[in-house]
Design a binder for this molecule. Structure first.
Ligand code: PMP
Ligand code: GLN
Length: 386
């Protein structure tokens, strides 16, 4: 007698395939211009690509050290000193990971035990909540409201309990394109100083910041730094989202625990890519300094091209995303509107409600402007017809 194969009880029963995968697949299927999933339609620096080929050809093809290749960790520590004026120990504080995604997952897994509470602002990037759930943690969401999406610190303080162990923050913020200033970090510190909790700061868009003061990193805040983990991604900085190399920076006692997870999640990251990234950081440190101007030009081009449209454009201080309010165009909910936009208008976008657990009663969609001007122009022409 044959037994039927067992079906696993899902550990994430409420989840399906991510919105980014779904919308990109739909865009491809119907031939729409894809402004949904965040990735550039151009490539990263030639030099970086040449160095990758060089290291593959020259035999750098075996396992890298678990925490990252020393020359890359050294280059990262120099970059941090240059950008944020602080010293981080390349041996104990920096861990190279398979994209920021792995750094986030390893950090959450290392810190959260069943029943621990985690505070996150919402809308929020989609990978935080499932990692917390898998670790047995409980998420509390503090809503951010348009148009400025500024945190309400009294709601934040009220949400802290004896069980709160971690706060997850993200600046420049995906999807709202808002940016935190030093004052926000001071307010965060004032709220948590007396509490035994940690801060996970997702700063993958650290070099895509248009605010006058520039990006403020948690690494610049001496008190928060003692209990903080900062996550970054080379995918964003070098226009190579498919390379999936990132890193996290944390004090030694935190890095030690993160590495215990990292060593059994991936062990180490693609060797030739790490070497190529180290070469790139050392060869062209000015690359990231030019990035705000590079993306601001695209942002402004797109904003200008959308002027005749009936969308209301929200402020964009960072990231390569822009929020569009379609209230003047349709009463559809944002998911239906994005499906309509993709299938009937030929432009794919992301509905903002998918970044929220609580109801999000706004008519907002996210579009990615990390595209060639011709792509942005063609998309804007279609959007202006609505
Ligand atoms: N955090 C945020 C806010 C992101 O937008 C992304 C990717 N788009 C990530 C983390 C993941 O980065 P990576 O691709 O390096 O894993
Ligand atoms: N972070 C990218 C975005 O926000 C998507 C990354 C992914 O597809 N997982 O669009």
């Amino acid at each position: 007698m044959t037994r039927s194969a067992p079906v696993p009880e899902s550990k994430l029963p409420a989840l399906g395939t991510t919105i980014f995968t779904t919308m990109s697949a739909l865009a491809q299927q119907v031939g729409a211009i894809n402004l949904s999933q965040g990735f550039p339609d151009f490539s990263g620096p030639d030099y970086l690509q040449q160095r990758l080929a060089h290291h593959v050809e020259h035999g750098a093809n075996q396992y890298a050290p678990m925490s990252g290749i020393p020359v890359l960790r050294e280059a990262i520590s120099k970059k941090i000193a240059r950008c944020y004026g602080c010293q981080v120990d390349k041996e104990t504080d920096i861990t190279v990971t398979a994209g920021a995604t792995e750094a986030l997952f390893a950090s959450i897994t290392a810190l959260i035990r069943p029943g621990d509470e985690v505070i996150c602002f919402e809308p929020s990037y989609d990978s935080y909540a499932p990692a917390v759930q898998l670790a047995g943690g409980i998420m509390t969401h503090i809503p951010l409201t348009p148009p400025d999406f500024a945190p309400d610190w009294s709601s934040f303080s009220a949400a802290i309990s004896e069980k709160t162990r971690l706060v997850i923050i993200n600046t420049p913020h995906n999807p709202t394109a808002s940016v935190w200033q030093k004052e926000d970090f001071d307010a965060l510190w004032a709220a948590i100083a007396e509490r035994p909790l940690f801060v996970l700061s997702d700063e993958v868009y650290e070099h895509i910041c248009f605010s006058q003061q520039g990006h403020y990193s948690l690494l610049q805040h001496p008190s928060l730094r003692e209990r903080g983990i900062v996550v970054s991604s080379f995918g964003k900085t070098y226009h190579m989202t498919g390379w999936k190399v990132g890193y996290c920076v944390a004090p030694p006692h935190l890095s030690l625990e993160i590495r215990k997870i990292h060593q059994y999640l991936t062990f180490s990251v693609h060797t030739p890519t790490q070497l190529a990234l180290a070469d790139m950081l050392n060869h062209a440190p000015e690359h990231d300094e030019n990035l705000p101007g590079f993306y601001q030009q695209r942002r402004d081009f797109f904003i200008n091209a959308l002027q005749p449209s009936r969308f209301t454009l929200l402020p964009c201080q960072g990231t390569y995303f822009l929020l569009l309010d379609y209230s003047a165009i349709s009463t559809m909910n944002d998911v239906d509107f994005c499906l309509y936009l993709t299938k009937e208008v030929g432009v794919a976008a992301i509905p903002l409600s998918v970044f929220c657990k609580e109801a999000f009663p706004h008519r907002l969609i996210r579009v990615c402007f990390a595209k060639e001007e011709a792509t942005l122009q063609a998309a804007a022409e279609k959007l202006c017809q609505l």
